[in-house]
Design a protein around this ligand. Structure first.
Ligand SMILES: [Fe+2]
Ligand SMILES: [Fe+2]
Length: 253
């Protein structure tokens, strides 16, 4: 059966098989080396590896988003038609975003099979309750806003205005997704305060779990984008707390 990277045409056939993915031992050695150099565990903006990792993990994130939104359309018949139309549009946006990252990966020397990525959005977007799926997606979109802001600035520093502009287009899409997810949750829980409370409680737990998994990857909160996307004050506080925790994690230990 054809492998994913073959299908995407991104596989570097010159490398001998088995030398691409990092083993646990190599990973430990890389972290040891980074610490010896006075660096944090994860690569930082400004490092080539950071940009390469972002290209790959963003592509996987977009793939999961396509699947997640499309599955709401096919698996949740009770979602109102107006919301379904918006979700169909978002699915299309996410497919276009995949194309952007597919172009970024070879352009910036990244490799699709360099390191595995956690497909946690697949798991999150399977709940029988569409409001839970949307609130999960909104948590992911918020993180994406923060990431895109840093990527946009990185490309500016690297003297790549076309890629920086490209991140701006992605930001514009993701802000609208973030907003629509919030409105969708409002719609789907409008007839039951108990349902709303359950969804909010789930969001808090999920946010804590995502932040634990992703610490060290976010460098600044996309405050303006989050505000335009209708972030609540609780969500803003969570994002800022995450940024502070993330900064600590980036320090060499
Ligand atoms: Fe996207
Ligand atoms: Fe999105």
């Amino acid at each position: 059966m054809a492998k994913l990277h073959d299908l995407l045409g991104l596989y570097d056939r010159k490398s001998p098989p088995g030398t691409v993915a990092e083993t646990l031992e190599q990973r430990r050695e890389r972290i040891r080396q980074r610490r010896a150099e006075g660096k944090g565990i994860r690569a930082m903006p400004g490092e080539e590896r950071w940009l390469q990792r972002r290209c790959v993990s963003s592509l996987f994130g977009e793939m999961q988003a396509v699947e997640g939104f499309a599955r709401i359309l096919t698996e949740c018949p009770n979602v109102p038609w107006e919301l379904k139309k918006k979700l169909a549009r978002i699915t299309w946006d996410e497919a276009r975003h995949m194309e952007v990252y597919m172009k970024m990966i070879p352009k910036h020397g990244a490799r699709l099979d360099e390191e595995p990525d956690a497909p946690f959005m697949f798991a999150l977007l399977r709940d029988p309750d569409p409001a839970i799926r949307l609130v999960s997606a909104r948590a992911g979109e918020g993180l994406t806003l923060d990431m895109l802001l840093t990527l946009r600035e990185e490309f500016e520093k690297l003297g790549m205005p076309e890629w920086s502009r490209c991140m701006d287009y992605l930001l514009a899409d993701e802000v609208s997704h973030f907003r629509i997810m919030g409105q969708g949750v409002d719609t789907l829980t409008s007839d039951s305060p108990e349902h709303r409370e359950r969804v909010d409680e789930y969001r808090r737990k999920l946010t804590r779990a995502i932040h634990k998994e992703e610490r060290g990857t976010v460098y600044k909160v996309a405050q303006e984008s989050r505000e335009v996307g209708g972030a609540t004050s609780e969500e803003m506080q969570e994002a800022k707390r995450f940024q502070a925790e993330s900064a600590k994690y980036q320090q060499p230990s």
